[in-house]
Design a protein around this ligand. Structure first.
Ligand code: GDP
Ligand code: IMO
Ligand code: MG
Length: 421
């Protein structure tokens, strides 16, 4: 019996999941997304080309693999069609390689409007969502009033749509939100027809069947552990379970069928949108991380906030996710830094703690450990042995603090700029 290996972000998203899923896919028969939706932007680079995936799994570029959009995902037919047609135009045939769960939930045009209206109503307390309707769609799912992908095949689809839309419109009116969705709605129904051309399946059966036949499956997370609805910095989080357990509910696999858990983190930290970020840098170092690391949203282009690596938060994520192997990204961004800092504890109201606090609004002063920079180009290294001593000290400190080995080190955006130990 094979197992499902899970790959997920340990920080606030954008750790580099897309790149690593693509690198690991040759080891697997299938890759499956288990939560989130087009709020994700997963970047892959190879052969001088760059691709950004939103809802389609990042295994799609490695030939002969099955790619599955699982039941835990929320899918916007319009954005899905855009993404799929762009891939098909660049020569990647999806129809025989991509399957979609009938139980995934549909993002309606009015979900996007509700996202915008609710953010506007929050004023300065807004979350800074991606505006893709993620929160309202998951809200409908949990309220048992949502629409699932399988419903597009039903005779009563239009009727149900009108009923859900009417309810959304009542809310939009109560929020005094003015909008016009006629064009968007037309596009949405055309995109629903496009969606019908794909294999809509009971993906839990497909995944368990693959495992029973001894085939390996990789579950691809979106966002990151610190954006998890239960364990993230609530309410500044997304609306799904981004943690490892989300792979069980988002794909229909039992906990005992989970194998390796690959936890991805950047050698520093970034966050996009509002919410606490204890090690955030507001100085020139923060600007350098943003500029050198090109820290701008893959899809929205929004500036990402940047700061030092936070081991309090990383250890918390490793615990919640049961990480068995760490994957460290973007160390090359700090090639020219004289010193590098890592937070190992927090001071809150004069007390020192190594726990991620319940009250995320509490004034936190990070306690830092300082490291000498390696001051050389890591992109020139092709084996772990080639890395300078200062860099190895940094890696080994993280391993010692988390108790988990760093098995893969990425030193550039390209598929080939990856060192496996
Ligand atoms: P994801 O959402 O976790 O897939 O990550 P994003 O694609 O949103 O953001 C990661 C960004 O970092 C992308 O632009 C990648 O091309 C880039 N990237 C990934 N790994 C590395 C690396 O090791 N070094 C550098 N310099 N860039 C990287
Ligand atoms: P990937 O998969 C980084 C953030 C948003 C906002 C909060 C809630 O590319 O790592 P939402 O639209 O989900 O309701 O927004 O979550 N967010 C992400 N930040 N990477 C992502 O995805 C994100 N998806 C959502 O910026 O703060
Ligand atoms: Mg991203």
């Amino acid at each position: 019996m094979s197992k499902v290996d899970v790959i997920l972000g340990l920080q606030w998203g954008d750790e580099g999941k897309g790149k690593v899923v693509d690198v690991l896919t040759p080891r697997y028969q299938a890759v499956a997304r288990f939560q989130g939706g087009p709020n994700a932007g997963h970047t892959l680079e190879f052969n001088g080309e760059k691709y950004i995936l939103r809802s389609i799994p990042s295994g799609i570029f490695q030939g002969g693999k099955t790619n599955i959009i699982g039941n835990g995902v929320v899918l916007d037919p319009i954005l899905f069609r855009e993404e799929a047609t762009a891939l098909e135009r660049s020569g990647h045939n999806l129809k025989d390689r991509l399957q979609i769960s009938k139980k995934a939930h549909l993002i309606l045009p009015t979900h996007r409007m509700l996202d915008a209206a609710q953010e506007a109503a929050k004023g300065s307390a807004r979350i800074g969502t991606t505006g893709k309707g993620i929160g309202p769609t998951y809200t409908d799912k949990v309220s048992r009033t949502g629409m699932r992908v399988g419903e597009i095949l039903s005779d009563t689809f239009r009727e149900t749509y009108e009923r859900v839309k009417a309810r959304h419109e009542a809310t939009l009116r109560s929020l005094n939100y003015s909008y016009d969705i006629a064009a968007l709605e037309k596009e949405w129904f055309e995109a629903v027809e496009f969606l019908k051309e794909f294999r809509l399946i009971d993906s839990e059966y497909e995944i368990n069947r693959l495992l029973d036949r001894g085939q390996a499956v990789l579950a691809e997370g979106a966002q990151g552990t610190l954006l998890d609805i239960d364990f993230g910095s609530y309410p500044f989080v997304t609306s799904s379970n981004t943690v490892c357990a989300g792979a069980c509910t988002g794909l229909g696999v039992a906990p005992r069928r989970i194998g390796e858990v690959f936890g991805i983190f950047k050698a520093y930290c970034t966050r996009v949108g509002s919410g606490p970020f204890p090690t955030e840098l507001f100085d020139e170092t923060g600007t350098r991380l943003r500029d050198i690391g090109h820290e701008y949203g893959a899809v929205t282009g929004r500036e990402r906030r940047c700061g030092w690596l936070d081991l309090v938060a990383l250890k918390y994520a490793v615990m919640i996710d049961g990480v068995t192997q760490l994957i460290m990204m973007k160390s090359d961004v700090m090639n020219d830094f004289d010193t590098i800092k890592v937070a190992t504890a927090y001071e809150i109201d004069g007390h020192r703690t190594d726990r991620f606090p319940y009250d995320v609004e509490a004034p936190i002063t990070p306690v830092y450990e300082e490291f000498r920079g390696w001051k050389c180009d890591l992109r020139k290294c092709t084996r772990y042995e080639d890395f300078p001593a200062e860099f190895k000290t940094y890696v080994e400190f993280i391993e010692q603090q988390t108790g988990v080995p760093v098995r893969i080190i990425s030193v550039g955006p390209d598929r080939d700029e990856t060192i496996v130990r």
